[in-house]
Structure formats: structure tokens, C-alpha cells
Design a protein around this ligand. Structure first.
Ligand code: NDP
Length: 483
């Protein structure tokens, strides 16, 4: 497969290049090899994208919701038909194992396109009777939306933003992370192949500065960011200047609470999925694993035994289940946290080292005896590092679980039905799990509380974030005026 795209950007229905833009080298994280060279968007490319989106949106919004939905559903089908190639590309872009990408990326993107493509025609306004008079509401698009993506799920993030935005009649200009710029171009290609008019979905490349100049453009009505909290603060502040709508999907340091009565193997599975899937580069990961004291030893024993099943290697090999970090920089960040964990007195149970092979591999790492004040228990690491903390009572663990500035996700494993729901109600988090972890079906809302975000992606809730309601008052009789 060729990983070099036809050009760096996809604007107004076609690939566009401007070699004056700064070079972006795309690196296969499993080997460190350069697999593509792209150019960051120049002011001229940004102008083309916004002009095209602004023009296209007006026409797209006149299509009936069923017609728009048909395009999205056709795009979903094309994505499914090309799942293999798209998954191989996702693996080159991110280093995530094909074993994961073949079931979690283009498939999740297709689900999103299919769901919003199916939903949109049934979203209608209201009729509000006022005696003879009445008000009716129209649900209208916002206009031009800017999407800015993180590097961990490039196809999924592109689709999670495109699908509700386009379904509602908006146009989008999407900027992927410069670390993983390849997959969103395929999403754009597929949407246009499925019949989206030129300009409805544009992709341009660039570093943070390109995203920053998009946000403040007068033609932009909404910004949807998936990224870290510090970037979220900057983007939110920049969007506020024009009172633009925002969706912020940001970072987390989520708790996963395991009670003594939990099914142990399921709890260990939850902890593995919530810490080591995608080599830990998942925003909603349950990286603070609170284990009740009676279970701690047997939990660590089973976890260590199960970690023997980790198979590292070329992520394109379907038998490999653990890939590298996305970049050398990210690996260095993770190593810094591991050093902090050791320095601050956590017990290293397993892992902690680089793997002696090409690429940016690091071992799955488990720390026990972690306390709430340690850096590894407070900061988002975004790598395969699990912190195990002990607790005794439900009341105590809930207070400690919530003692964080983040609020993206939280999970509980227990056999006690009422306790499970009490915990879910008590967690200060946007997305909670009972006896599972990290499922993200498109039917369910996904997003964060506290510093983890604003707004929700997926589910009917996303419609609220890509549309606005207009109320229309209709008077049936004569109108009195004071003079
Ligand atoms: P960053 O916050 O570094 O970057 C996110 C995106 O924003 C990138 O495309 C980046 O471009 C761009 N950007 C950076 N600065 C600006 C700016 N001033 N104005 C506009 N755009 C800007 O995140 P990462 O890519 O490092 O991704 C990891 C983070 O994303 C983690 O914190 C993780 O938790 C979070 N995340 C959240 C998810 C969620 O749904 N809640 C899902 C996945 C990840 P560039 O890369 O060129 O700097």
C-alpha cells in the first residue's frame, strides 16, 4: 500500500497541494521510518478551504435531511467495504495494532456515519400552541464548523465530528493532528465519493498554528476539538472571542474501582482494556485502578499472569496485540512519568522499560502502592501505565475517585447491583461503566465533566451541538399596538 497521499489537503472536492507550506514528515511508529511527506496549510490553502466550506454549506443545508442522510449512509458502506485498507493505513498512521484498527477505527467511523445518516430525517421541530397563535421551531445548522483532532484515533475522530455536523447541514473544515495526517484525507475522499457536494467536508494539514487561525476566522461558527486540556483552554478562549459554539473532548485521569465482590477475571479484563488498549493512548482510560484491600494481591497476581499474553511486534501482523507509542516524543513523556513513579515511591510490579527494537515501543507498566498525591495518580500520562491504589470503603473510594480536576470517565466492578448504581450516580464524570470499561457505541453520549470537556459527541445529544433552534411566532389575528 502506498502511504503517500496524492496531495496534502482535500479541499472543494479534490486533492490540493501548496509546497510552500512547512514540511510534515509522517513516521511509522513501529519502525521510525518516514512513510509520507506532506505540507502544512499556507494562508492561501486556509482561505480556499473556508471559502469552499462557506459556499458549499449554503447549498448542502437546502438538501432534505433524508438526502443528506443517504450520502452519509453510503459513505458508511464504502468505509466498511474498504475496512481492510483503511485499517492498514490507520496502523501506519498511529502504530496501533491491526488487530485493533480492523475492529475499532473505520468500523467506528462507519457506525457514526450510519447512525447520524439514519437519525437526521427523524429530527423535527416542535409546534407550540398559544391559543389561536402558535410558535413552531426549526432546527437549523450552525454553518461552518472547524474540527481539530488528536492523534490517537484519526479516522474515528474525523468521523465522529463529520457525521453529526454534516447530518445537520453544516460544512466542516477538519485539521488532523500533524502526527497522524493520513486517515482524515480518506474520510474526505469517501464522503465525496458517496455524493457529498464539493466543499462540504475539507481536510487541511498543519501544526497548532493552522488550527488557531481557523478558529478565529469570521466565517467559522463552531469549533470541535479533541485534544488535551491545555489546548482546550486555548481553543475555547479563542472561540469565545467570536462567541462561537464549542465541543471540547479533552483529557482525563479516570478512576476504575474494583470491589472485593467483583468477578475477578472481568475486573482484570476491564483494567487491561482501560490501560493497555492502543498502548494506553486513550483519553477515557481508567488509569487510577482502585482495588479493595481484600482483592489487591490476587488482582495483581492475575493481572501479571494475563500480561504474559502481550504480544509486541509489527502492528501490521494480525497476531500482534500491543503496539508502540505514536511518537518518540510521546514515549519520552511516558518514560518521564515512569521515572516520577519510581522516585515518589510507587512499587513497580511489571514493565517500565523501552523495548529493544525499532520504533517507539515501551512495556506495559503496572505500579502498585500508588497514593493519591503521586504525580502518576494525578496527571494524564497517555501511555501504558496503570496505577493501582488500595481502598477500604465505598464512601472513601468515591471521594478519592472524584478528587481530580478531570471528569471524563469512571468505572466500577462489583456484584452488588445497588452499589453499582450508587457509584455511577456519585461519579463526577461524563461517561460511566458498570462491570465493563471503555465501550463507546455511537448510540451513547460520550464526553467529559469538569476539565475534561464541554458538550457531547455521539448519540442524539450530538445533534444539539451541531444545530440551533429557531422559534417562529405566528399571529393568526390582528395585531394591537399602543399607538
Ligand atoms: P493536543 O491538545 O496537543 O492537540 C490536539 C489538536 O489541537 C492537534 O491537532 C493540535 O495540532 C491542535 N492544536 C494545538 N494547539 C492549538 C491551538 N493553539 N489552536 C488550535 N489547535 C491547536 O493533543 P494531542 O494530539 O497530544 O492528543 C492527546 C490529548 O487528546 C490527550 O490529552 C487526550 O486525553 C486527548 N484526547 C481526548 C479525547 C476525548 O474524546 N475526550 C479523545 C482522544 C484524545 P498539533 O498536533 O499540530 O499541535
Amino acid at each position: 500500500m502506498t502511504t503517500q497521499p496524492k496531495a496534502s489537503h482535500f479541499i472543494d472536492g479534490q486533492y490540493v497541494e501548496d509546497t510552500a507550506g512547512e514540511i510534515i514528515e509522517v513516521i511509522y511508529p513501529a519502525t521510525g521510518a518516514i512513510i509520507a511527506r506532506l505540507h502544512a496549510a499556507t494562508p492561501s490553502i486556509i482561505e480556499q478551504a473556508l471559502t469552499s466550506a462557506k459556499r458549499a454549506q449554503k447549498e448542502w443545508a437546502t438538501w432534505s435531511p433524508t438526502e443528506r442522510g443517504r450520502v452519509l449512509r453510503k459513505a458508511a458502506q464504502i468505509m466498511r467495504d474498504r475496512n481492510h485498507d483503511l485499517s492498514v493505513l490507520e496502523t501506519y498512521d498511529t502504530g496501533k495494532p491491526y488487530q485493533e484498527t480492523s475492529v475499532a477505527d473505520a468500523t467506528s467511523g462507519a457506525d457514526s456515519l450510519e447512525y447520524f445518516g439514519g437519525l437526521i430525517a427523524s429530527i423535527t421541530g416542535e409546534h407550540i400552541p398559544l391559543g389561536e397563535d402558535f410558535v413552531y421551531t426549526r432546527r437549523e445548522p450552525l454553518g461552518v464548523c472547524v474540527g481539530i483532532g488528536a492523534w490517537n484515533y484519526p479516522t474515528q475522530i474525523a468521523c465522529w465530528k463529520a457525521a453529526p455536523a454534516l447530518a445537520c447541514g453544516n460544512a466542516m473544515v477538519f485539521k488532523p493532528s500533524e502526527t497522524t495526517p493520513l486517515c482524515a484525507l480518506k474520510v474526505a475522499e469517501i464522503l465525496h465519493e458517496a455524493g457529498a457536494p464539493a466543499g462540504v467536508y475539507n481536510v487541511l494539514q498543519g501544526y497548532g498554528s493552522v488550527g488557531a487561525s481557523l478558529i478565529t476566522d469570521a466565517r467559522v461558527d463552531k469549533v470541535s476539538l479533541t485534544g488535551s486540556v491545555p489546548t482546550g483552554r486555548k481553543v475555547y478562549a479563542a472561540a469565545a472571542d467570536g462567541l462561537r459554539h464549542v465541543t471540547m473532548e479533552l483529557g482525563g485521569k479516570s478512576p476504575l474501582v474494583i470491589f472485593d465482590d467483583a468477578d475477578l477475571e472481568n475486573a482484570v479484563s476491564g483494567a487491561i482494556l482501560g490501560n493497555f488498549y492502543s498502548s494506553g493512548q486513550v483519553c477515557s482510560n481508567g488509569t487510577r485502578v482502585f482495588v479493595q484491600k481484600g482483592t489487591k494481591d490476587v488482582f495483581l497476581e492475575r493481572l501479571s499472569a494475563r500480561l504474559a499474553g502481550v504480544k509486541m511486534g509489527d502492528p501490521q501482523d494480525p497476531d500482534v496485540n500491543f503496539g508502540p507509542m505514536v511518537s518518540d516524543r510521546q514515549r519520552q513523556i511516558v518514560e518521564g512519568f515512569i521515572a516520577k513513579g519510581l522516585e515518589e515511591g510507587a512499587t513497580l510490579i511489571t514493565g517500565g522499560k523501552r523495548v529493544d527494537r525499532g520504533g517507539f515501543f515501551i512495556e506495559p507498566t503496572v505500579f502498585a502502592d500508588v497514593t493519591d498525591d503521586m504525580t502518576i495518580a494525578r496527571d494524564e500520562i497517555f501511555g501504558p501505565v496503570m496505577s493501582v491504589l488500595d481502598f477500604e470503603t465505598e464512601e472513601e473510594v468515591l471521594a478519592r475517585a472524584n478528587d481530580t480536576v478531570f471528569g471524563l470517565a469512571a468505572g466500577v466492578f462489583t456484584a452488588d447491583l445497588t452499589r453499582a448504581h450508587r457509584m455511577a450516580a456519585g461519579f463526577e464524570a461524563g461517561t460511566c461503566y458498570i462491570n465493563t470499561y471503555n465501550d463507546a457505541p455511537v448510540e451513547a453520549p460520550f464526553g467529559g465533566a469538569k476539565l475534561s470537556g464541554v458538550g457531547r459527541e455521539n448519540s442524539k445529544a450530538a445533534i444539539e451541538h451541531y444545530s440551533q433552534i429557531k422559534g417562529v411566532y405566528v399571529r393568526m389575528g390582528d395585531l394591537d399596538a399602543p399607538f
